[in-house]
Design a protein around this ligand. Structure first.
Ligand code: SAM
Length: 300
């Protein structure tokens, strides 16, 4: 009986955990990062606020309404009644400022963002980094607001068949997966946008041969989902074996923290054996929607 309940719960994308299981270490962002890299983080903050001020409206209402899942942006974040709405640029340091600072320290970056949404984070990443390859993955098409800053658009792949799935309104809809490539000439970056369901291997096959050193997982915030992503990263050999950093959003629940812990422990043991690596969760602002709890894994 216990097994059946466990299986049913797993199929829904959840996991049964003991309430007294210890969650991962909560890090102090100021001690671990700001006091170590005050000028680098301040530079990233100032640069990002300048880039954000170039965009007034992040997501056109019609595009939001006609999308599959509303770009993951709930209606209440599309208007300005809530302070941290999509168009509000936070004064606080954000996870994007941290990711940009970490990426800049790495130099040439291969960055993957799983769940791009309107692209408020992705846009700051391709502005901030230089001579890098930035890959975004989302069920939605690239948001025209961030696409207009890119040049040299070319469609480099399209799936043979359309896929049926349910949209946010529970209607059956069709989608043909695709891959588009762009240039961001001012910083010599290459941008690749994969549009499709990130649970489908077809999408991951398109990434084969790339080794990412900076990854942000921010799509479907369930334990089974982030574990599936991690398996795909290993299966397609997408993790760079030198310096490597990965972040996950929405680590508020014990269930997500336990999945994060399992992934990080597996990475320490099987991907980076003998290397010094750390992982912690931090409370940090997002580019919208207020404070988030993010998980961070990094090799020393
Ligand atoms: C929270 S938003 C991402 C926010 C973005 N990373 C940022 O910081 O601005 C989540 C995104 O994940 C996408 N998503 C959710 N499930 C997905 C799936 N199975 N395949 C592809 N994309 C998915 C949604 O379409 C949505 O745009």
């Amino acid at each position: 009986m216990k097994k059946l309940v466990k299986k049913a719960v797993n199929q829904l994308g959840y996991e049964l955990v003991k309430r007294d299981s210890s969650p991962v270490v909560k890090g102090d962002f100021w001690e671990d990062w700001f006091y170590k890299y005050p000028s680098e983080l301040t530079d990233a903050y100032v640069f990002n606020r300048m880039q954000l001020s170039q965009v007034e409206d992040w997501l056109d209402e019609e595009i939001h309404r006609d999308s599959y899942w509303g770009y993951g942006v709930p209606d209440y974040l599309m208007n300005d009644r809530y302070k941290y709405n999509l168009n509000f640029n936070p004064f606080e340091l954000t996870y994007t400022d941290l990711l940009c600072m970490l990426g800049r320290k790495m130099g040439e970056v291969k960055y993957l963002e799983i769940g791009v949404s309107a692209g408020k984070n992705f846009y700051q990443m391709y502005n901030s980094l230089g001579k890098s390859g930035l890959y975004g993955m989302d069920i939605e098409s690239i948001n025209p607001t961030i696409e207009k800053f890119l040049s040299g658009k070319s469609k480099t792949w399209e799936a043979g068949e359309e896929v049926d799935f349910r949209n946010g309104k529970n209607e059956m809809v069709k989608k043909r997966y695709s891959k588009h490539e762009y240039n961001f000439p001012s910083s010599k970056n290459k941008v690749t946008y994969l549009s499709g369901d990130k649970f489908d291997s077809l999408l991951w096959e398109q990434l084969a041969g790339v080794q990412f050193n900076l990854i942000f997982s921010d799509a479907f915030h369930r334990p089974a989902s982030i574990k599936d992503e991690y398996e795909k990263l290993k299966e397609y050999d997408l993790i760079h074996k030198a310096d490597f950093i990965m972040a996950w959003d929405d680590m508020e629940s014990v269930e997500m923290q336990l999945a994060f812990q399992q992934i990080c422990e597996d990475m320490c043991k099987n991907v980076f054996p003998g290397r010094q690596a750390s992982f912690k969760v931090y409370d940090l602002h997002g580019t919208y929607a207020g404070k988030h709890t993010i998980g961070l894994f990094w090799t020393a």
